[in-house]
Design a protein around this ligand. Structure first.
Ligand SMILES: NC(=O)c1ccc[n+]([C@@H]2O[C@H](COP(=O)([O-])OP(=O)(O)OC[C@H]3O[C@@H](n4cnc5c(N)ncnc54)[C@H](O)[C@@H]3O)[C@@H](O)[C@H]2O)c1
Length: 270
């Protein structure tokens, strides 16, 4: 169902790689709600992904940008406001990648060049995106910026590896930049802490199937899907959440506040 919550609103959506991506589902929902946007991803993802199909479906333009490059981001922000015809009301940062995870290096055996690269892509990029928007004065008043995160920022999940540290940094950046964006530009900044979700990035985590099933059994409402996440993000981009800022918002079917569930007790009573 569509509610026209984003009618007349403009934005940028980072991170749609394929139809499973959280950013992809969000772009579809934002489009349904009347929002217009520019799609962006790393130049390499343009070749791998199917972003063109999404652009056609949503009537959007694509501007490639490596989210670790200040130059690419400045170009993206300038061109987006030009194409969309004004300042931006929403921005979605849906970017994550750990080279240590990809190369099978455990947390006790990090290659620090890999660690630095993963941190730049997954965490510092959020600061770079916001600094680019801030310096260009590209956000409209009462705009909303959202990034995706995971509960491994607060609690230990062994196979989440160095992404846990990246997410802790990302959430801190949301609070720190959120202060200045709120005070000086009336813009809100939040992170959504999402359930495990079957996407390219998610499935890169070792033992992902066990992980996603366990989370589902530990969540009274079950895992939140990418579609659920898209719905929630739409509310954060809408005018109905104007005073929500500097928050890490758990969107996880109740997982984060559950100590144990009946299903898990039964499993261990066998
Ligand atoms: N899948 C999960 O279980 C899960 C759970 C909680 C949070 N998240 C977070 O959701 C976000 C989106 O991930 P997803 O699950 O949709 O996976 P995904 O693989 O579909 O998306 C990750 C995106 O990051 C992009 N990216 C990588 N390097 C980049 C760079 N240098 N510049 C610009 N973009 C770059 C990729 O091209 C890709 O589009 C990530 O922040 C992820 O950590 C995912």
């Amino acid at each position: 169902m569509a509610y026209n919550l984003l009618k007349g609103k403009r934005g940028i959506i980072f991170g749609a790689l394929d139809a499973n991506s959280i950013a992809w589902k969000t772009a579809e929902r934002v489009h349904e709600e009347g929002g217009t946007f520019v799609l962006t991803n790393a130049p390499i993802a343009m070749r791998m992904g199917q972003i063109k199909a999404l652009a056609e479906k949503t009537g959007s333009e694509i501007i490639p940008a490596d989210a670790t490059s200040e130059e690419d981001l400045a170009n993206l922000v300038a061109k987006s406001t030009e194409i969309l015809g004004g300042k931006l009301d929403f921005v979605l940062h849906s970017i994550g990648m750990s080279v240590n995870v990809r190369k099978g290096r455990s947390y006790m055996d990090e290659n620090y060049d890999f660690t630095a690269k993963g941190w730049d892509v997954s965490a510092l990029s959020f600061h770079k995106v916001m600094q680019s928007l801030y310096k260009a004065d590209a956000m409209a008043e009462w705009g909303s910026i959202v990034a995706l995160t995971y509960i491994a920022a607060q609690r230990s999940f062994p196979d989440y590896n160095d992404m846990a540290d990246n997410k802790a940094y990302l959430e801190s950046v949301a609070r720190s930049f959120g202060y200045f964006f709120g005070k000086n530009k009336m813009v809100r900044v939040n992170t959504i802490s999402q359930s495990p979700t079957a996407t390219t990035a998610g499935q890169g985590i070792k033992g992902f199937n066990g992980f996603i099933n366990y989370a589902d059994k530990m969540s009274p409402l079950g895992n939140a899907t990418a579609d659920d996440c898209a719905d929630y993000t739409v509310t954060l981009f809408s005018d109905l959440t104007k005073k929500v800022t500097m928050q890490n918002l758990f969107h996880d079917g109740g997982f984060s506040n559950t100590g144990v569930s009946q299903e898990v007790i039964e499993e261990f009573s066998k």
